[in-house]
Design a protein. Sequence first.
Length: 260
Amino acid sequence: TQGTLPLLISIPHLGTDIPDELQEGMADIAAIKQDTDWHLDQLYGFAHAMGASVIQAKVSRYVIDLNRPPTGESLYPGQTTTGLCPTDTFRGEPLYRPGHAPDDTEQARRLALYWQPYHQQLRDELARAKAQHGAVMLWDAHSIASELPRLFEGRLPDLNFGTADGRSCDASVIQAVVDVARTAPCTHVVNGRFKGGYITRHHGAPSAGVHAIQLEMSQRLYMQETSPFGYEAAKAQSLQPLLQRMLEAGLQQLKALPRP
């Protein structure tokens, strides 16, 4: 959906669709789709009234991960992560029955069918907003279970901001966002375990007027972290004003920056 503000919210891991022809070769665990960024369309539902543009995935990250490089290299060398076409869950469970993992040809097919259109839409909308406003903020919205020992130790902070160690966003913009986060009873970190995936790192270009921030949010803030992954409306309603204030603070600082 297209908005009027210089703000594009991307939700690349919201999708749950797995084509029937792929499900036949997948393990039973895949049907649970436990690594989905559940309910973020509902949580960020206020964004439309704000005037933000929103792009969200329909296909499951188990088919292809829209936040990974097209070449498949790791964004976190030396740390456990999942690839472009994941073959296991965040907990290490195999996603495919023996002999059914996607080969190079199948990965290329999925890249062309799902990955390329998403990123083309991102590029088009960022270009449109930048042409209209002179600069744009890209907010890459994610959520994850707060405890995943295979990926990180202990409990994850509530709000995990990533700017590729400062390369994807002007320091004053992320500072404005974090200043709002500090007013809430939430823990937060900037460029900790999650520094931003491919979307943040590739599309963020502060010198060209595109300021990208990834927010990896602990799912315990707004939902049940185990199946059936229910949306907890009372928690979500208390969280939404904070999200909106953070977005507004980033936009306010964006307007104060000199145009490239």
